[in-house]
Ligand binder design. Structure first.
Ligand SMILES: [Zn+2]
Length: 439
């Protein structure tokens, strides 16, 4: 008999492992923050004892969702500019608002709002790109959520850094500071080909090769981006990145709404990853990422919400729903992006893209206990012929009842355990008043 920290018993366990099994009446054994066993519940009592034993009789336990692309502090700009195309939205609304308001306090309060929303929607790991990344990193660590804090680089000055080299230098300092933190990871995050010069991209490529870190970048988001690149550099952005040596297994290309057959071959052969953000692409009318074609070519595709300013939420379950339906519509193929493929996209594929598939993204012995519970007891979830189909096609984030990151219970029956909801709402309303009064 072995004594362990926690045992969770559930009606269904969806481990997201080979052959995609759905386990009935199974238990997850957690010790020292990691999963140590998954076994039929009836066998549990003979093998393990624990002081924390929880029953989820009408729930599905699955890996926590991985939001592979977001800008969490921008939650404070939720709804500030809508129904506009990307260029107008970004240049005339978002960048001016950021120039005026972004500070360490803005980043702190925006990130707090974002993490609260993400936890309440079942996200256990997010991949961020924003200014003052050390503030986001500290906050994520203190709250207890897993985070990939992008070492942001952009050519223009902000309240955080004045030029591309200073961004990179400050990013490297941040990496050193959090190097031994098991919750905080630090991919490079050059903003986009149109906003980062060749010299900075080359320096990032060299550092990323040396440290074997992902390079998280917006790429081929709109047709305008491609046209501008051809005018300025005589080539498409992906070709330019390839010439600079950035197209490799470390590349995480976000959006990719514009892609040729040759580019798909290049991405597949290089082992690059793509992050699909369907709702942001839809809202800004940026175009459609051909997810099925990419996956059929063998490319690993992850899923992200993008920021609250272009989505306007951080709801990964909603994103999964949109992604699956959109892929079917765009490819005119009802088999495209099945419910299970969509689950994989939001879990293990995200972990692979971030280089974290050895520690999270599925429920397996040895991995961190990054787990969520979905409550299937409401009438909207009945009947349940196929729990995975219900999850993708008719669930909502309100059914995320519990969340654990590295075995720590961060959402308990819909209550956040390491954040104060009322305080976050009040602070957000203060920002709302301040920003609205000068807009
Ligand atoms: Zn983005």
């Amino acid at each position: 008999m072995k004594t362990v920290d926690t045992i969770l018993h559930a009606r269904w366990v969806l481990p997201v492992t080979e052959l995609d099994p759905v386990l009935h009446n199974h238990s997850i054994v957690i010790d020292d923050g990691r999963i140590t066993d998954i076994l039929p519940s009836e066998n549990c009592a003979q093998q393990y004892t624990t002081s924390i034993e929880k029953n989820y009789p009408q729930h599905l336990l699955m890996p926590g969702l991985i939001n592979a692309h977001t800008h969490s502090p921008m939650s404070l700009l939720r709804g500030i500019a809508n129904d506009l195309p990307l260029e107008d939205w970004l240049h005339n609304h978002i960048w001016p608002a950021e120039a005026k308001w972004v500070s360490d306090e803005f980043v702190h309060d925006g990130t707090q709002l974002a993490i609260a929303e993400m936890l309440r929607s079942g996200t256990t790991c997010f991949n961020d790109m924003y200014f003052f990344p050390e503030v986001t990193a500290r906050l994520a660590r203190d709250i207890g959520i897993r985070a990939c804090i992008g070492l942001i680089t952009i050519d223009f000055a902000s309240a955080w850094a004045s030029n591309a080299n200073e961004y990179i230098d400050k990013g490297l300092e941040l990496r050193d500071h959090f190097r031994s933190d098991s919750l905080i990871h630090t991919p490079f995050a050059p903003h986009a080909p149109f906003s980062v010069c060749d010299e900075a991209l080359q320096r990032i490529r060299m550092l990323a090769d040396e440290m074997d870190l992902p390079i998280h970048i917006h790429l081929h988001e709109t047709t305008e981006e491609i046209e501008q690149s051809i005018k300025q550099y005589g080539k498409r952005p992906l070709e330019r990145l390839n010439d600079l040596g950035l197209v490799s297994p470390n590349l995480m290309a976000v959006h990719l709404t514009q892609v040729t057959d040759d580019e798909i071959t290049l991405l597949a052969e290089s082992g690059s990853h793509v992050v699909h953000c369907p709702e942001s692409n839809l809202k800004l009318a940026s175009g459609f990422c051909p997810v099925s074609e990419l996956m059929n070519a063998g490319i690993n595709v992850a899923l992200g919400t993008d920021s609250c300013a272009s989505n306007n939420d951080l709801n990964m379950l909603g994103e999964m729903h949109s992604a699956s339906l959109l892929a079917k519509g765009v490819s005119r193929n009802a088999r495209a992006l099945s419910a299970m493929q969509t689950v994989r996209m939001a879990t293990i594929n995200g972990a692979k893209a971030l280089g974290l598939d050895q520690v999270t993204g599925s429920l397996e012995s040895g991995k961190y206990a990054d787990i969520i519970a979905i409550d299937y007891s409401s009438l909207e979830m009945q009947p349940v012929y196929d729990p995975v189909a219900n999850l993708i096609y008719n669930s909502s984030r309100e059914q995320v009842s519990d969340v654990w990151v590295a075995g720590k219970h961060l959402l308990k029956d819909r209550q956040l355990t390491t954040l104060n909801e009322q305080e976050i709402i009040q602070k957000t309303q203060q920002w709302n008043d301040k920003i609205a009064s000068t807009d």
